[in-house]
Design a protein around this ligand. Structure first.
Ligand code: S3P
Length: 168
């Protein structure tokens, strides 16, 4: 089996679904933001603040190349901008988790740890800008993915099951 790469907008639940996929398939799950944080020994927010978004994107590229070369039979959840990596399709089957912007905001704001979830995401500080980014990216996610899964009003368990069934 090849890797499964989850893409989609910030807060859509990529990490949660990766963990559920891992539970249902017994494959290990890794997250590109976690890999970047351990590479730099800094939080994503600190990397953006101290070195800028451009540097963060370079780290994503480094991780994308490493994943392509070194990782198999793995669930990979990604940061919302990781879809831009040119080799993404070489890493594995790309699954786009689709949700409306409003449902994403609801999911984040209703979370018991909402403040933390927002604070750790530099590109979610200004909601107007975030909505603009969402609109721009939706088309790109669709273009790059092998499979789109609608996640609104579904449990992580049902979403993971659907992904595994569709990927085969
Ligand atoms: C980003 C999304 C974040 C993180 C970084 C940039 C983006 O990940 O990689 O803040 O460009 O959309 P999540 O999608 O897990 O929030």
């Amino acid at each position: 089996m090849k890797n499964i790469v989850l893409i989609g907008f910030m807060g859509v639940g990529k990490g949660t679904i990766a963990r559920e996929l891992s539970r249902q398939s017994s494959l290990v799950a890794v997250d590109t933001d976690d890999l970047i944080e351990s590479l730099e020994n800094k939080k994503v927010r600190e990397i953006f603040e101290e070195s800028g978004e451009k540097h963060f994107r370079e780290l994503e590229k480094k991780i994308a190349l490493w994943l392509e070369k070194s990782v198999k039979d793995t669930i990979v959840s990604t940061g919302g901008g990781f879809y831009k990596q040119k080799n993404i399709k070489k890493i594995g089957k790309v699954v786009y988790l689709r949700s409306s912007f409003d449902a994403i905001l609801k999911r984040i704001f209703e979370h018991p740890n909402a403040e933390k979830k927002i604070a750790k995401r530099p590109l979610l500080q200004d909601l107007k800008k975030a909505k603009k980014l969402y609109k721009e990216r939706v088309k790109e996610y669709k273009k790059v993915c092998d499979l789109t899964i609608d996640v609104e009003n579904k449990t992580p368990k049902a979403i993971a099951k659907e992904i595994l069934e569709k990927i085969g």
